[in-house]
Design a protein around this ligand. Sequence first.
Ligand SMILES: Cc1cc2nc3c(=O)[nH]c(=O)nc-3n(C[C@H](O)[C@H](O)[C@H](O)COP(=O)(O)O)c2cc1C
Length: 430
Amino acid sequence: MGRLRFLTAGESHGPALAATLEGVPAGLPLTAEQIALDLARRQRGYGRGARSTSIEQDRAEILGGVRHGVTIGSPILLLIRNRDWENWTRVMQVEPLTDEQAAELAGLVEAGDKRAAPITRLRAGHADLAGASKYGFDDVRNILERASARETAARVAAGAVARALLARLDIDVWSHTVEVGGVATDVARATRTREEAEASPLRCLDADAETRMVARIDEARDAGDTVGGVFEVVARGVPTGLGSHVHWDRRLDGALAGAVTSIPIVKGVEFGLGFAQTRLFGSAVQDVIQRRDAEGAWLRGTNNAGGLEGGISNGQPIVIRGAVKPISTLPRPLPSADLITGEPVAKAHYERSDISVVPATGVVAEAMVCLTLADFVLDKFGGDSLVELLDNATRYRARAAGRNLARPAAPSSGVRAGGSGSGAAPAESE
Ligand SMILES: Cc1cc2nc3c(=O)[nH]c(=O)nc-3n(C[C@H](O)[C@H](O)[C@H](O)COP(=O)(O)O)c2cc1C
C-alpha cells in the first residue's frame, strides 16, 4: 500500500482489537455508527458460531484522527473491545504473572479449565504447527490468538472508513454469496434485490439456491463437519484508470488479488469470467468495445474481464470472486499429533468454531477491496483534503469523458506545445 496504509493489532481473547489507518484526507465526515453497520454485517450469516452471533457485538470506538465527526488528516485509530475478554483476563493477561497469579492459573489447569491449559494438540488447516515451529513456542495459544479470524473485525472497521471515502466518489462496493458446499446460485434465478439479499440468511441473490445452501450447512453440522464456498465482490462506479500496466506492483488486479487472498480462509481468487475463460475460445471471452456514448462512457456488451484490463480499471464494474475453504476446526475433530511429544493424538484441539463463513468472508473482502481501491484512488488523484481529492477526480473524469487524456491542452498564448508542429495539441473543443 502507498498513500493509504493500515495496520491491525490485538489478540482474539485479549482486551481489544485495534486498527490504525493513515492517509485518509481531512474533511471526511465519519462516525462510529457508519463503522458499526459493517461490523454487524461481518458477524451475521447462517452457519456462524455462538461467539459471533451472541457473545461479541462489535463496535469500534474512534480514538484518533477525527474531530467533531470529521477527519482531520491525522492517523485514524479504531478500537474494538473484546467482550469475551472478561472470561480470559488471567489466561491472556498482558502484565507478567505474579507468583499468586501463576499459582491461580496452575490451579485452573488442575481443575480442568481448558482455557488455562497450554495447547499442544495441533489443528491441521491452522497456523498452529507452522507458527509454533517458526516462533519457537510450546503453547499454540500464542499463535492461534493472532491467527484467529477475529482479527478481520479490525480490517472491517478500517474498511468502513475507506468505504466512506469511496462513497464520496460514487464508488460502491458490495458482496454476495454465490456458492456454499457445492450448491451454486443460478444466474437466471438470482433475482432478489440487494436489500432482500442483504436481509437473507446467507446474503444470497437466489432464494432457491440459498435454501439448498442452508441445508448443506445443516448437513455438515449434523455430521460434525464444515463447508466452504464462494463469494463475489462487485465494485461499481470505479473510474477508468486506477492502477497501471507499467510495473508489476502498480497493477490494480495484483493488489486486489493480494488483498483478498490475505484473508484467512480464502484459497483462490478470480476476476470476471475467471478460470472459466480458460476453457473458451478468445472470441467468446473478449469484451468487444462498441462505441462511446453521449456522456463519454465506453460501451461494451459484456464484462468478462471483470472491470480490469492490463492491470488498470476500465470503467466497468470490478468483479472479484473468492474461494473459501471449509472451516478447519471441525466439531468432530480429526486425529492429529502433539507439538511436544510428536506422538499421535486421537483428537485435535477444539475451540468454539463456525460451520460456514462465506457471507462473513465476503464482508471482510469488501473491506479489503475498499481499502485497496481507496489507496489507488489517492494514488491517482492525490489531495490532502476531501475537497482537493474530489476536485482532482471531477476534473479527471470530465476530461476522460471528452478526450484523450495524454495530450496536453493547447496553451492559451497561441504558442504550439509541439514546437515544430508535428505533435500539435488538440484544441479544447476537439
Ligand atoms: C470471518 C471468518 C471467520 C472464521 N471463523 C473460523 C472458525 O470459527 N474456525 C476456524 O477453524 N476457522 C475460521 N476461520 C478461518 C481461519 O481463521 C483460517 O482458516 C486459519 O486462520 C488458517 O488460515 P488459512 O486458512 O488462510 O490457511 C474464519 C475465517 C473468517 C474470514
